[in-house]
Design a protein around this ligand. Structure first.
Ligand code: CTP
Ligand code: CA
Length: 225
């Protein structure tokens, strides 16, 4: 059968998507990370590709994905920000699905840290750049900016705050403590938060199915920009 035009609603659009838990170097052999698998970001990239978009996936770590996805590996928050800003120069939208470490070492060690004589080691951490907030602030007319909110309490209130603070068009609010949601699972349950709109709850269901619904909302946002 012939394909209807709206089978590829993102044809001609370019989306930049982040995925994974970032890795912040401690020394040449160690890093600081979190429980995020990157599965949600990869699922969004596949759903955007299926909807006809050109996709740049900036991921902290490599996973299997379609070869048509432009995969850029950027392990740390700073590397991820650099890759995202470069890709956003020619993009129509951004989805920040990565669990970006809020902190990095002020100065990673050049050499492997040895065991300490006194049995203590203190790491000096400084706040990382906020990739989503930076993209939101630099948003050009016509660009859509979508973020996630990983919460363990007060899901909707916290997500609303992030919508405003990051100048995002939508926040995918994720209660990471829900039984079928969150880090390193194949399923998820999310609530889509937009200004002046009723929250939309999706799932629990497979991350691939969640991604399809999120991309459908992104289409609506882009079509109304
Ligand atoms: N994010 C980002 N860069 C950071 C931190 C977060 O781009 N340095 C993005 C995440 O990718 C996500 C959104 O901001 O899309 C929300 O992340 P989250 O950790 O839930 O919120 P934070 O703003 O970091 O606030 P907090 O962790 O203190 O709740
Ligand atoms: Ca955070």
């Amino acid at each position: 059968t012939a394909m209807a035009a709206n089978d590829k609603p993102l044809f001609g659009r370019h989306l930049v998507i982040t995925a994974g838990g970032t890795k912040e170097p401690i020394d040449p052999v160690r890093y600081l990370t979190n429980r995020s698998s990157g599965k949600m970001g990869y699922a969004l990239a596949e759903a955007a590709l299926a909807a006809g978009a050109k996709v740049t996936l900036v991921a902290a770590a490599k996973r299997d994905c379609s070869t048509a996805i432009n995969l850029v590996i950027a392990p740390s928050a700073k590397e991820m920000l650099f890759a995202v800003e470069e890709a956003m120069k020619k993009a129509d939208g951004f989805i920040g699905a990565a669990a970006v470490s809020d902190f990095a070492l002020a100065a990673p060690f050049d050499q492997k840290v040895k065991k300490q004589g006194d049995g203590h080691l203190t790491l000096d951490l400084v706040q990382n750049p906020d990739i989503l907030k930076t993209v939101g602030q630099n948003k050009k007319p016509g660009q859509a900016v979508i973020g996630f909110a990983a919460e363990t309490q007060d899901l909707l209130a916290n997500a609303q705050k992030k919508l405003a603070a990051k100048q995002a068009d939508m926040i995918v609010a994720n209660d990471v403590t829900a039984p079928q949601a969150g880090f390193d699972k194949d399923s998820n349950q999310v609530t889509l938060i937009q200004e002046n709109q009723a929250p939309i709850t999706i799932g629990p269901k497979a991350k691939s199915a969640i991604a399809k619904d999120v991309i459908e909302q992104v289409v609506t946002i882009l079509d109304h920009q």
